[in-house]
Design a protein around this ligand. Sequence first.
Ligand SMILES: [Mg+2]
Length: 261
Amino acid sequence: MDCCGSPFDCLIFDLDDTLYSSKLGIAEALRKNIDDFLVEKCGFAENKASTLRVELFKTYGSSLAGLRALGYDIDADDYHSFVHGRLPYDLIKPDGQLRNLLCSIPQRKIIFTNSDRVHAIKVLKRLGLEDCFDQIICFETMNPNLSKSMRPDEFPVLLKPSMDAMKIALQAANVDPRRTLFLDDNARNVAAGKAMGLQTVLVGKPMKSKEADYVLENVNKLAQAIPEIWVIGEDNASTAPSINRIRSELDSILATTPVGA
Ligand SMILES: [Mg+2]
């Protein structure tokens, strides 16, 4: 797309804890569901589940990836319907402010999440953003062969922040990383994005990480922090409300200024 003037052709957004607050209770419920899965489906002791979840996440990127790497034959759809299917989605409310913000961004917008597609669509619908994105890159995009595997370790589960997952995502998005803005709440994902040549935004954190080009307290602060997204060439019509506002203010100033003053 022609966004001449702006340094970005495309914006890639993480979903969970990036497009809505990590404090809603969804992340907490997810952690509890994963612990329950480790106990009920894999037979781990209840008092070990939380520690194991954290270890699997650190080493393999997710509990599902870790369990399969360790030889547990866990079906990805079963795992996702257990840990996501019972989340309290009603805690996620429509975000009209974010919708307006996204609608004002002229560039391509893509979701890039480690979550499965069903979860991604449910969350976007709850937020009222289901029609705001051009593409969803999700668990299924990064792991197309998993359901065909004969052994759990045949195809390693690929997720952010693995470089292989990042490569698949950028190929699916078909973008020039140097002209793409990547927003994520996870500093390790941001670091992986930076290593791929993306321009990076750490979301929901008070301080910038080393690999983040920008930091946002929350995604709704995007226009204040990175106004260059909306910079366009003189020949193009503006769709950015801030630029329209500036223009209408200029127009009204000009209208009240006597000719020749
Ligand atoms: Mg996230």
